[in-house]
Design a protein around this ligand. Structure first.
Ligand code: S3P
Length: 164
């Protein structure tokens, strides 16, 4: 059984949608960030503080490889697309759903969340990161679902429909 990968920027609802989607589809749910933290017994901010983003990307690629055959719904981290090799792994082991959220809504949802090191920077840099990643999310996705101003329930219903 193949995985369902949810990709999208920080704050796009990957974890909340993923949990509910997994229940609906009766598949296991894996939050890749949580998986990394539990496996390595370190928080994400600590991983960034110790080895920077490059080190986190290594943990992330390794985690992705270890869950690729689980037949699960997987909420990935917003930067999974920063590592090109991850595309091949996801494409060959599942369906990729991009949850798109407008930048203004992301600002409202995340505010000044201290637990996301790449959000924890000035507004211009946050926005530049969002703009830079947009085309890659779209390019990697089998399907794009807009989550702006929509409830988790509504999004789950749409995802179930598009993956039929
Ligand atoms: C990151 C997003 C985070 C987490 C890490 C890096 C990113 O996950 O993987 O802080 O590069 O956008 P969420 O998208 O769940 O916030």
């Amino acid at each position: 059984m193949k995985n369902i990968y949810l990709i999208g920027f920080m704050g796009s609802g990957k974890s909340s949608v993923g949990k509910q989607l997994a229940e609906r589809l009766q598949k296991p749910f894996i939050d890749l960030d949580q998986f990394i933290e539990e496996k390595n017994e370190k928080s994400i901010p600590d991983i960034f503080a110790e080895g920077g983003e490059a080190s986190f990307r290594e943990y992330e690629a390794e985690a992705l490889n270890s869950v690729k055959n689980k037949g699960a719904v997987i909420a990935t981290g917003g930067g999974i697309i920063e590592t090109t090799g991850n595309q091949v792994v996801m494409e060959s082991s599942g369906k990729i759903i991009y949850l798109h959220t407008d930048f203004d809504s992301i600002i409202e949802r995340l505010q000044d969340d201290p637990n996301r090191p790449l959000w924890n920077q000035d507004h211009k840099k946050r926005h530049a990161l969002f703009e830079k990643r947009l085309p890659t999310y779209k390019e990697w996705a089998d399907v794009t679902v807009n989550t702006t101003d929509r409830t988790v329930d509504e999004i789950v219903v749409q995802v179930v429909d598009v993956i039929k």
